[in-house]
Design a protein around this ligand. Structure first.
Ligand code: THU
Length: 139
């Protein structure tokens, strides 16, 4: 993946932080999901007074994209922190990894964890969800 493309994803994910609805945790998360055709879908976390309906930033991005007909994805960038201040990586929760597993090839899908423009690491979905259960296991 090109450096310029990674920077664009980081910028988009950071730009999503202001949309987070986080009255309970004050922990803002932003995501930028890149389709194979080059489109980027942003997402933020959306909390709820009943707690469990809370939607993570990654799933917001996936559900926006899938609900608009997208099914093929290259990468997702995730940023987050208390009050929107990036002090370290925000790795995707288990539920979000499972949603990625539904739509992405675990060997090639790239998960970019960023704590700033120059501070990021890239993992495959396979690295973050070894032996994951996916659509192929039902065949
Ligand atoms: N959160 C995400 O948006 N993505 C993750 O993968 C980790 C957790 C959100 C959910 C909740 O709004 C807040 O972070 C604290 O858990």
């Amino acid at each position: 993946m090109k450096e310029t493309e990674i920077r664009r994803l980081i910028d988009t994910a950071v730009g999503q932080l202001k949309f987070s609805y986080v009255p309970y945790s004050n922990f803002r998360v932003g995501a930028a999901l890149l389709t194979k055709s080059g489109k980027i879908y942003g997402g933020c976390n959306i909390e709820n007074a009943s707690y469990t309906p809370t939607n993570c930033a990654e799933r917001t991005a996936f559900f926006k994209a899938v609900s608009e007909g997208e099914r093929e994805f290259q990468a997702i960038c995730i940023v987050g922190g208390k009050d929107g201040v990036l002090t370290g990586y925000t790795p995707p929760c288990g539920v979000c990894r499972q949603v990625m597993m539904e739509f992405c090839d675990p060997e090639t899908f790239q998960i970019i964890l960023a704590a700033g423009k120059e501070h990021y690491d890239i993992f495959t979905l396979r690295e973050l969800l070894p032996l994951g259960f996916g659509p192929g296991d039902l065949l």
